[in-house]
Ligand binder design. Structure first.
Ligand SMILES: *[C@@H]1O[C@H](CO)[C@@H](O)[C@H](O)[C@H]1NC(C)=O
Ligand SMILES: *[C@@H]1O[C@H](CO)[C@@H](O)[C@H](O)[C@H]1NC(C)=O
Length: 255
């Protein structure tokens, strides 16, 4: 990854400053470019490639983005959070904006096509936001950060394409932290027969002929910090699950 190019320098700098032994890459920003959807609403989008549905339109107050292929990673990158900041001192704030990936796309060597709201959000104030928007594409730095959804549990939304009991498709909302969900299993709760699901597209997991009865969903979290781990929620998806419904899984993760 491009991250590794920057890290030795930053780590050395931190070491000299603080004599800290922390050589992790969390302070490393990657240089890139960002554009925005020219005709976007202030809000996000409910038609992004991730398939998040209404979550995509409202999550993070509309500070969302499409990601280039190397960040989108065939949908594994859906729901990941990034801090994105532009670098022109006259226009840009130090912190920039935190966005959630809800879509796939790039143009003109960008890693991010931000919502218009998020793009303007990198600016110092509304005047410089207008100047920034007028540029269209800007140089940025980015790094992955933890997603944070206060007072929300991980929630499953049953996709409209689903039809109980033949076909189940769903997306996972409100996953905190900075790890990826790399696999999902559905287990029936009587005999614990489990079925590994397919990532259909974006963040959408599907099962033909899903197990019957209430369903226990297990998610494999990638090893960003610590070890790869299966997470088993407190709540099941009820037997009578319906397209369009959401089910609170009764857990949250912090990493
Ligand atoms: C943006 O989202 C907010 C909150 O869901 C909603 O009240 C508002 O009408 C939306 N704005 C647009 C332009 O869709
Ligand atoms: C999250 O799950 C916990 C444990 O199941 C539950 O007590 C809590 O009410 C849930 N929080 C929300 C916001 O639904």
């Amino acid at each position: 990854m491009a991250l590794s190019l920057l890290c030795p320098l930053v780590a050395t700098f931190l070491f000299m400053q603080t004599l800290s032994a922390d050589t992790s890459c969390t302070e490393c920003f990657v240089q890139s470019r960002a554009a925005y959807y020219p005709n976007s609403q202030e809000n996000g989008t409910d038609v992004g490639a991730c398939g998040f549905g209404s979550f995509g339109a409202t999550v993070n107050g509309g500070d969302v983005s499409a990601a280039s292929n190397n960040l989108y990673r065939n949908g594994i990158g859906c729901g990941a959070c990034y801090q994105v900041r532009c670098i022109n001192n006259a226009y840009c704030s130090d912190n920039g904006v935190s966005v959630v990936i809800t879509d796939q796309g790039s143009s003109d060597n960008t890693n991010f096509i931000l919502s218009q709201r998020a793009f303007g959000g990198m600016a110092l104030n509304t005047d410089t936001a207008a100047a920034l928007l007028a540029l269209g594409v800007v140089d940025i730095q980015y790094k992955r950060v933890s997603c944070n959804y206060p007072n929300k549990n991980i929630t499953v939304e049953i996709d409209e394409s689903s039809s109980n009991p033949h076909f189940l498709a769903f997306v996972i909302w409100f996953q905190q932290g900075s790890r990826d969900i790399t696999a999902v299993q559905l287990c029936e709760t009587q005999n614990f027969v489990c079925k590994l699901l397919d990532r259909n597209h974006g963040a959408v997991w599907t099962a033909n002929s899903p197990p019957s009865g209430p369903l226990s969903l297990r998610m494999l979290f990638s090893a960003e910090e610590g070890e790869e781990a299966w997470v088993v929620p407190a709540n099941n998806i009820p037997q009578d699950w319906k397209a369009g419904q959401t089910y609170d899984l009764g857990i949250q993760v912090d990493q």
